[in-house]
Ligand binder design. Sequence first.
Ligand code: ZN
Length: 203
Amino acid sequence: MKIVCIGRNYAAHIAELENERPKDPVVFIKPDSAVLSKEQDFYIPDFTQNVHYEVEVLVKICKVGKHIGVDFAHKYYNEIGLGIDFTARDIQSQLKAKGLPWEKAKGFDGSAVIGKWLPKSDFKDLQNLNFTLEQNGKTVQRGNTNLMLWKIDELIAYVSTYFTLKKGDVLFTGTPAGVGQIVANDYLSGKLEGQEIFSLKIK
Ligand code: ZN
């Protein structure tokens, strides 16, 4: 499986990192080795001094497709989730400054937290989902999918013009404002519409 991630999909997060608002979605990939095993703690890697959490709504692809039309995109996923796109922000800033690819900052082992999956039929409107990330019991990120610059179906259509999507692939749909640093002994918990979807300890 592959993980396809969208950057800069919430206006307020673009502003906090002083990025330009993109004309097209920003797309990058994490390898399958980036998935943090279920129930595992996250160990801050030695090569970074500044790992940021980014809580994101996830979509699991349920069948193979390419050049998927926006109107048909909903047929390509049945499950919705929540996860974290861990980012070595110091490494990413160095790479961005040189115009180099981000993989070392975004695709390292354990950098993709994937929580439990819920049937999309559990929700009335996928483009009106509240989600939060708590760090040590304090809410640090709060988002709603109605604030996405590109909706889920638009993202699937866009991504599938470049990459064939396969059953089991996971789409990370971008993070809202409020990203910040983690430190050892933090406890993170993600909720979707009030329901806890994942929790993990930082080591
Ligand atoms: Zn992200």
